[in-house]
Design a protein around this ligand. Structure first.
Ligand code: CA
Length: 233
């Protein structure tokens, strides 16, 4: 009996790119199917039950983020996103939506193959599907990893102690890179409308976050407006 082939679904609307990937991945011994829209892709997920998905971030119908959301609710398979943009925000956003890795176009086929192998290996190591299903949302700031579910922050492997509000504020900023938030908006979002304190509360929390995470240059004061988080390029 032949060993079952690893199935890879490529969701990519640029047909020449999809074809190249199909050709190359088949040569590598994978079973491959192509979908050119998000809707087709979702149908193929059901029909083909891929072990891994290569997902273009810019599709005509659904966004990469939409698809990741649907996948996260219903399935359990690793996704590598293909992004045409060199924009680090997209990559961070994609990873925070649950993508396992990303490849920037134009890509080297060798790189694609290595990333596929790495992600598949990591995914298998993660154990049985139900365990992988509980995959955690991770956010990144500088050299720190934030696990939103566990409410932990590790910087260079060392835990960083944050108060609950510091943690919420950090997650909020990191989930919305480059958006400038006024102190009032941050108060509403993190402390709630009923909070009786004033905007200096926000300033104090921002100061402490910067200090604890050594993040002075990524959590930025926008003079006269508020604060924003700018990821490092
Ligand atoms: Ca596209």
């Amino acid at each position: 009996m032949d060993e079952e082939k690893v199935r890879i679904l490529v969701i990519e609307d640029e047909k020449p790119i999809a074809k190249i990937l199909e050709y190359d991945l088949k040569k590598e011994g994978y079973e491959v199917r192509l979908a050119h829209t998000g809707a087709d892709g979702m149908r193929e997920v059901d029909a083909f039950e891929p072990h891994l998905i290569l997902l273009d971030w810019m599709l005509p119908d659904l966004s990469g983020a939409d698809i990741l959301k649907i996948l996260a609710e219903r399935y359990d398979m690793p996704v590598i996103m293909l992004t045409a943009r060199g924009n680090i925000d997209d990559k961070v956003y994609g990873l925070s939506c649950g993508a396992d890795d990303y490849i920037t176009k134009p890509f080297e086929l060798r790189e694609v193959n290595i990333r596929i192998r790495t992600v598949l290996r990591r995914f298998r190591k993660a154990g049985n599907p139900s365990e992988a299903k509980k995959k955690k949302e991770e956010l990144y700031i500088k050299d720190a990893v934030i696990c939103a579910q566990e409410r932990t922050v590790l910087q260079c492997g060392e835990p960083v102690e944050l108060t609950p509000k510091e943690f919420d504020l950090l997650c909020w900023l990191v989930r919305h890179p480059r958006y400038v938030f006024t102190r009032d908006r941050l108060l509403d979002e993190i402390w709630g409308y009923d909070f009786a304190g004033d905007t200096r509360t926000v300033d104090m929390h921002i100061q402490r976050l910067r200090k604890k995470l050594h993040a002075g240059e990524t959590i930025i004061t926008v003079f006269g407006v508020g604060y924003k988080y700018v990821p490092e390029e």
